[in-house]
Design a protein around this ligand. Structure first.
Ligand SMILES: [Zn+2]
Length: 589
């Protein structure tokens, strides 16, 4: 944590959740809560509730929940620190500058300088576009149908035909030669020492922004026939190509259910112009695992819409496994007769692209189609090889249901015999060890329901002791916080036990501040939005006893797995027997 807990809490209190949510969702008061349409899932009747008293939100439709930090993180795709900064700003609270070492400070300052010089260069290019010399660049953009709004939104500019135009401008603004060079804006002269030339000249300039909208580099398209057609900034301290995507700063807040992955700047801009502001492009490099990780922060589904030529097809086939390795679901768009999304948009209405998106194919089907082009299916030998390849692809699908569904589609389409396909999959699986591995994993996957039961037991007890102090006084003697097996539940239990012992009130919204990951906050909030249903006090007693037993038993089992000495094992058996006889009567409490 970078800031003191008290400050984090103060910021939370100063931002009334009802006000913050109201800036994005229309809320209506109903009883003690406010209701509105959930911003996190599609719905027509409001199931999104905000409690002013608890300072928490909860959606009965999709289960989204948390405090004001969670809301901002989920709505704006912010990290916890970004949410803290945003809400502090909103409440006019000044955040202290964190204590840093000299070396770290210098590093940050230097990065800041690189960012500044990049921003200044972007500004310069932008003005050049509207000067007389920028006329041909402007005409070029006009011809491509890029409106002024879009030019502004993407900060497009022009670099002059002179070889050290920008360099001279920036040195006049007191930027050092080294900083300008380190930002990737100049090249060193090969013969004359200490002489620099502009890296970009006679090009339409596309500033590249990171997710926080800082200019970190540029792409430039040459005007006329110069080479190369597209030139990018080199890798710098700011600009890591494998960790940034063009236009992700805009796409991440698009509220669309997926992100469109395209090849070029012009594709991105054309799509944004047509209303598809969820389009991004990798920056003149092939897609990397770093890109996939970055995308996973903002979406669960990627639609690849690369160029329809051979290179685009190969890039698509390479990108699919990289994206899927990050648990992203992938679909591929067929552009038909058009060479890229830009060309499609230039020749069709946005509605047509919307329709086309619906036809985007699951990556598996796309891969099979590409595979098919390598074989003459009328030839039995070729067909056998083809079917073998299909079986291998099917084995890569983790979900059994999904695999069965795809298998059905495929065996129908290519008239493959179902039982021989199943046998083939089993054979390949055995040979490559995949099937036997799966069998070993089976008990684990089967255990999951009981693990969920265990989590429910912990959630139930936490909910009950939060709501009723008298229950806490009984339960605390039988169950210690460290006995909770789930890490988050354990931390919640420590907080609740401590608060009661110190005579403090339990404020779930405060507890959520202690977690910086959205998933943790949501899980924690769900603990406190849990309802324990019972009609009779005896039912409650049963719930409490069963929950405690379940948790204790799980602890004993975990211990028994690690113990080797017989004596210790006997102790465990004893503990297990005692547990069977445990009965907590709530009437005594
Ligand atoms: Zn919802």
């Amino acid at each position: 944590m970078y800031y003191p807990e008290d400050l984090i809490e103060e910021i939370r209190i100063q931002n009334n959740i009802v006000d913050v949510v109201s800036e994005h969702v229309q809320l209506k008061k109903k009883g003690s809560s406010y209701f509105g349409l959930c911003p996190f899932h599609n719905e027509k009747t409001p199931s999104f509730s905000v409690s002013e008293e608890k300072q928490m939100y909860y959606c009965f439709g999709c289960g989204a929940c948390g405090n004001v930090y969670t809301f901002v993180m989920e709505y704006e795709n912010y990290t916890f620190l970004e949410a803290v900064k945003y809400l502090a700003d909103r409440a006019h609270i000044t955040l202290p500058t964190p204590e840093l070492s000299e070396a770290v400070k210098r590093k940050i300052e230097y990065k800041q300088q690189l960012m500044e010089v990049n921003r200044e260069a972007a500004r310069y290019f932008y003005y050049q576009l509207y000067s007389e010399r920028g006329n041909k660049a402007l005409t070029y953009l006009d011809n491509r149908g890029i409106t002024e709004t879009l030019r502004k939104k993407f900060g497009l500019g022009y670099s002059n035909v002179y070889r050290n135009d920008l360099y001279q401008y920036l040195t006049k603004q007191n930027y050092s030669k080294q900083v300008i060079f380190d930002a990737g804006l100049t090249n060193k002269d090969k013969k004359q020492e200490n002489t620099y030339h502009d890296r970009f000249w006679n090009r339409v300039m596309f500033p590249i922004l990171d997710v926080h909208s800082h200019v970190i580099g540029f792409g430039g398209r040459v005007l006329g026939d110069g080479n190369p057609k597209y030139l990018n900034s080199p890798e710098t301290k700011l600009f890591e190509k494998s960790r940034n995507l063009y236009a992700l700063n805009i796409a991440r807040t698009s509220r669309k259910s997926n992100i469109l992955m395209v090849e070029g700047y012009m594709d991105v801009i054309a799509l944004h112009q047509a209303g598809f502001n969820n389009a991004v492009a990798s920056l003149g490099t092939a897609l990397t695992g770093g890109h996939a990780k970055l995308l996973k922060r903002y979406t669960d589904e990627v639609i690849i819409a690369y160029d329809s030529d051979e290179a685009g097809i190969n890039a698509t086939l390479r990108a699919i496994p990289i994206l899927e390795a990050e648990q992203l679901s992938v679909r591929v768009l067929h552009l038909g007769e058009y060479k890229d999304p830009d060309e499609f948009i230039q020749n069709n209405e946005p509605k047509a692209f919307e329709k086309l998106l619906e036809t985007a194919e699951p990556s598996f089907i796309y891969q099979i189609q590409r595979l098919e082009t390598n074989y003459r299916l009328k030839d039995p030998v070729h067909k056998t090889r083809f079917v073998n390849e299909i079986a291998k692809l099917l084995l890569r699908i983790e979900s059994d249901i999904e695999r069965d569904n795809f298998m059905e589609t495929i065996i129908e389409k290519y008239s493959i015999n179902q039982s021989s396909m199943k046998k083939l999959i089993a054979d390949i699986g055995k040979n490559t060890g995949i099937i036997s591995q799966k069998k070993n994993n089976q008990p684990k996957t089967k255990k999951k329901p009981s693990e969920d039961g265990l989590f429910l037991a912990q959630k139930t007890l936490l909910t009950l002791i939060t709501d009723k102090k008298n229950l806490y006084t009984v339960i605390k003697d039988h169950l210690k916080p460290e006995e909770f097996t789930d890490d988050l539940c354990q931390r919640a239990a420590s907080y609740i036990y401590n608060s009661y012992e110190q005579g403090q009130k339990i404020v779930p919204a405060t507890l959520i501040n202690h977690f910086t990951e959205l998933a943790e906050q949501t899980k924690m909030a769900s603990i406190f939005n849990h309802k324990v249903a019972y009609k009779h006090p005896l039912q409650l007693e049963k719930i409490v006893n069963e929950s405690i037993k379940k948790i204790k038993l799980s602890n004993i089992e975990a211990l028994s797995r690690s113990i080797e000495k017989t004596i210790e094992l006997q102790k465990l058996i004893l503990a297990k027997r005692e547990l069977e006889h445990l009965h907590i009567s709530l009437n005594d409490g």
